[in-house]
Design a protein around this ligand. Structure first.
Ligand code: ZN
Length: 238
């Protein structure tokens, strides 16, 4: 028996019914596979209407997946290669002459051809230089919503962590975090701001996060789903 499917807006959902289920749920899998989980007796019309209300969310998820589909391979810094900044993709162009080794014109990244050997370093430096003022502004915006302010903000390499905070009140954001869509960077920032007030992931901590970002759980899930593919620029080769 072939699985039951539901087609909406040119998207095909596999329908999985279960006697034990009470609520409807839609999921977008790692490869973009779409599923609807439903109580056994849900009518087709009800199912279609419910999924219809979730379509915007599904499309957003799929678009994000597509953006993130870049394999976790070290870049080779060739013309046409795509790099992300604040969730948007920009192509790289190699140029013969320019003052800085790596520049950004709002449209493309421009890398001086003879600087290609050290391109990974130039990118790291670029994200740090451009990221810091951006992160500072963003923190200024979000801090009042969380009710906590850092004493210091830095953008640097944090290994496998998107962000961290110290007892002394310093928030650090990984330069790679700057590649993410703004809504996910906001989650990283709010998470660290909340830690300034609550060191542990206590109920109090999550309540603080929720006051600032009511849909934090969805953002956290998105972030968890993309970690591997996004952390790529400047990774050691081999
Ligand atoms: Zn935490």
């Amino acid at each position: 028996m072939s699985p039951e499917t539901l087609t909406l807006d040119e998207l095909v959902f596999e329908v999985r019914r279960s006697d034990r289920r009470r609520t409807l749920e839609v999921s977008v899998g790692r490869q973009g596979e779409l599923r609807v989980y439903a109580p056994a007796l849900t009518g087709t019309d009800e199912l279609a209407a419910w999924v219809g209300r979730k379509l915007l969310w599904v499309h957003q998820k799929l678009a994000l997946k597509q953006d993130m589909a870049t394999p976790a391979m070290p870049p080779d810094f060739a013309t046409g290669e795509v790099f992300s900044y604040l969730g948007r993709s920009y192509r790289l162009k190699l140029v013969d002459r320019q003052r800085r080794a790596l520049d950004f014109d709002g449209d493309s990244f421009l890398l001086r051809r003879e600087a290609r050997e050290r391109a990974a370093q130039h990118f790291r430096a670029w994200y740090r230089r451009h990221g810091l003022p951006w992160v500072r502004d963003r923190i200024e915006l979000l801090a009042p919503r969380v009710g906590a302010s850092p004493r210091e903000v830095v953008v640097r390499d944090l290994g496998y962590r998107w962000g961290s905070c110290s007892r002394s009140g310093r928030i650090a954001i990984h330069w790679k975090t700057l590649q993410l869509p703004v809504r996910l960077i906001d989650y990283v920032i709010v998470h660290e701001l909340a830690h300034l007030a609550e060191a542990r992931h206590s109920g109090e901590f999550w309540a603080r996060v929720e006051r600032a970002l009511p849909d934090w759980a969805e953002r956290r899930e998105e972030l968890a789903g993309i970690a591997g593919s996004y952390l790529r620029v400047g990774e050691p080769r081999g």
